[in-house]
Design a protein around this ligand. Structure first.
Ligand SMILES: [Zn+2]
Ligand SMILES: [Zn+2]
Length: 263
């Protein structure tokens, strides 16, 4: 295992939590800032026809989203330290030698983890939309009626915790190479920023023609922020289609947002 201090020592647990928090929050600022600057500011003229909602953002929205995303990052920091602790104690199925399992397991484990997260998130997301749960747990995220790149990790701490425990949970039984895990973490962060961009940046072939016309992007998730009762998925539209929770206007809107050439 990578040479790291013993995380069962409370001081090291705190230090590692802080380091993971700093990495998560730094990555959030970098990605959200980059996507905001590129699509909403620098290349706005080029991308404005792909914007889903035409209304302006509420004053103070970004500030609130950044504060809440920081709280989520603290929870991710703690979960990172817990993950490391469990790894050091021998409970985690993370492996470093790529030959420890067949080579084909590298992509298959990534796909399996993404599908497991899709199922986990879809059902928890539907649960969070039960009115009594919504008011306490999920309302914070939906206060961003028009999503922005800063909304990506803007969750109530209970929702942040639900998201943070997913990886330590599956790594108890799903063997994953350390570098595949890093790819998974990158997909998680980048896709969350893209889905909250409110500008459809995926080309039609990607949004409509691969994985059974099912990759979720900004259009799909913008409809969730507006319509609430539709589009609960995370990466793929499969479960929304299977359980009839996909917005009836999605097909038309995604065709519209991916049809015209960029002006
Ligand atoms: Zn959202
Ligand atoms: Zn929701």
């Amino acid at each position: 295992m990578v040479n790291l201090p013993d995380v069962s020592n409370p001081l090291w647990f705190l230090i590692i939590s802080f380091i993971v928090y700093a990495v998560v929050v730094g990555r959030y600022f970098l990605l959200s800032w980059l996507f905001y600057r590129v699509f909403h500011v620098w290349r706005w003229e080029k991308w404005k026809s792909k914007k889903i909602n035409q209304r302006d953002y509420n004053p103070g929205q970004f500030r609130k989203e950044i504060i809440r995303s920081n709280m989520t990052a603290i929870l991710f920091g703690i979960s990172g330290a817990v993950l490391l602790l469990l790894w050091q104690k021998g409970y985690m199925k993370i492996y470093e030698d790529i030959h420890a399992y067949p080579i084909w397991w590298l992509p298959v484990s990534l796909i399996a983890a993404l599908i497991l997260q899709e199922i986990y998130y879809y059902w928890l997301h539907r649960w969070m939309h039960i009115p009594s749960i919504f008011r306490v747990v999920h309302k914070w995220h939906h206060e961003s009626h028009i999503a922005s790149p800063w909304t990506a990790f803007s969750f109530h701490p209970i929702e942040g915790l639900i998201q943070a425990i997913f990886l330590p949970l599956i790594l108890l039984f799903l063997p994953m190479n350390l570098y595949v895990l890093i790819v998974m973490l990158t997909i998680m962060s980048v896709s969350s920023v893209i889905n909250h961009l409110d500008i459809e940046i995926y080309p039609r072939w990607f949004a409509r023609n691969i994985f059974g016309k099912s990759v979720i992007g900004a259009t799909h998730h913008a409809l969730h922020h507006k319509q609430y009762k539709y589009n609960f998925g995370l990466y793929f539209t499969w479960l929304d289609r299977m359980f009839k929770t996909e917005s009836p206007v999605y097909d038309e809107l995604i065709d519209e947002k991916t049809s015209t050439g960029l002006s």
